[in-house]
Design a protein around this ligand. Structure first.
Ligand code: ADP
Ligand code: MG
Length: 375
């Protein structure tokens, strides 16, 4: 409660300052404060293979509906064309369900926020076109959201028992498509400290799972099997890259060769060692991630550390990071599970923050497959 009140106060102070700086009248401010009382933002996410819609009411989540796409399981990865078709099938029912779940009518919406990049072009186009049309028909503002910013800003969703990182903080964004260490100095001020030079960490999890015959996306399954195994059973060579850089392609190949070699000697190798293989791979990946966070703390002196993105659902990274609070005196921020993998609540919260700053998009906005975090 106290936290929420403080945050609201900060918004109002920022609002008042910006209002005077921009030379607005007291009357404008009055109307703004009145309209901010009831802000319903519809968030739409369609950057990869999850179609999601959420309703955010004054920073809190009223509904967050995610329709995953089972169709990719058989292919061991996302098939772009199938993803865009599935988005097209899912988007209307998903938005409808989000409105129903929030118990509101579409005419009560204040704005529509949508992911305009980065991601798969065919997937992004579905959400972008839908959001533009709906905003146009309802005559409400449209807000473009950067997917990578949204993963980080999901930490500002107002939740019970969830503390919000103070600025500046460091966020390790780990997902199926990205691996970035980001310094966050304000809601929309980001600096990449380091990122992957090749594959994303989620790909290392998913590729390992594929080699082991597990379905896509395999990250959660590797996590499950790892709980039953010995993390020191096998060792893998870690990449040699810069202090704040990541590389996972060599590790992926190393794991593949390791499995192939062992299967030659014992065709039952995977069946007999599945938990140990998963635990050892997971330990190696988590050690790499933690080493980079330590380097970032050393370089910046910042000890408020957040994680975000699909891989931040991993139980081991969550556990090890939490332990640093006792071990090193860091403050850590670990998102609730539902806000780790792709979801529209994180798009909605960015929509809310942008609405408060009057940061709207016009109808000429288009989807962007490539979009830097600072854009
Ligand atoms: P993107 O935004 O790149 O599409 P997401 O943020 O949705 O990706 O994250 C998906 C990735 O997260 C996948 O690679 C998946 O395997 C991985 N993932 C999800 N849960 C876990 C887990 N518990 N452990 C490891 N990886 C996980
Ligand atoms: Mg994502």
């Amino acid at each position: 409660m106290v936290k929420t009140t403080n945050r609201t106060a900060i918004f109002f102070i920022r609002l008042i300052t910006s209002t005077f700086v921009n030379g607005y009248t007291i009357l404008t401010l009055y109307f703004k404060l009145m309209s901010i009382k009831d802000l319903y933002i519809l968030g739409i996410e369609s950057s990869c293979d999850d179609t999601s819609a959420a309703i955010i009411y004054n920073g809190k989540v009223l509904s967050n509906v995610v329709a995953g796409q089972k169709i990719h399981e058989a292919y061991g990865g996302v098939v772009p064309e199938l993803a865009s078709r599935a988005h097209q099938q899912n988007i209307v029912p998903v938005v409808h369900q989000a409105l129903k779940g929030a118990n509101i009518n579409k005419n009560q919406l204040s704005a529509i926020a949508f992911t305009n990049g980065p991601g798969l072009m065919g997937s992004l186009l579905v959400g972008t076109s839908f959001a533009k049309s709906m905003a146009l028909s309802l005559d409400i503002p449209l807000i473009a959201v950067n997917h990578m910013q949204a993963h980080i800003l999901a930490h500002f969703i107002e939740e019970e028992n969830q503390s919000v990182p103070p600025f500046p903080f460091i966020c390790l964004t780990i997902s199926g498509g990205h691996t970035q260490l980001v310094k966050v100095t304000n809601y929309f001020e980001f600096e990449i400290l380091g990122e992957t030079t090749d594959d994303a960490v989620g790909e290392a999890f998913d590729k390992t799972a594929k080699i082991l015959g597990l379905p896509y996306p395999g990250g959660p399954l590797v996590d499950q099997y790892a709980k039953l195994g010995n993390p020191k059973a096998f060792s893998f060579t870690k990449p040699k890259v810069g202090d704040l850089e990541f590389s996972f392609s060599g590790l992926k190949t190393g794991i593949l060769y390791f499995i192939q070699k062992n299967i030659k000697e014992n065709p039952q190798f995977i069946e007999e060692n599945l938990p140990d293989i998963c635990a050892s791979v997971q330990r190696t990946i988590v050690e790499i991630l933690m080493e980079k966070i330590h380097n970032a703390v050393k370089q910046t002196g910042i000890t408020h550390i957040a994680i975000a993105g699909g891989v931040s659902a991993n139980s081991e990274i969550r556990k090890i990071l939490k332990a640093t609070e006792q071990l090193h005196g860091w403050n850590t921020y670990i998102p609730n599970f539902e806000y780790t993998t792709d979801n529209a609540a994180m798009i909605g919260i960015v929509g809310y923050l942008k609405y408060l700053q009057n940061s709207f998009s016009d109808q000429s906005i288009s989807a962007r497959a490539r979009l830097g975090i600072e854009e």
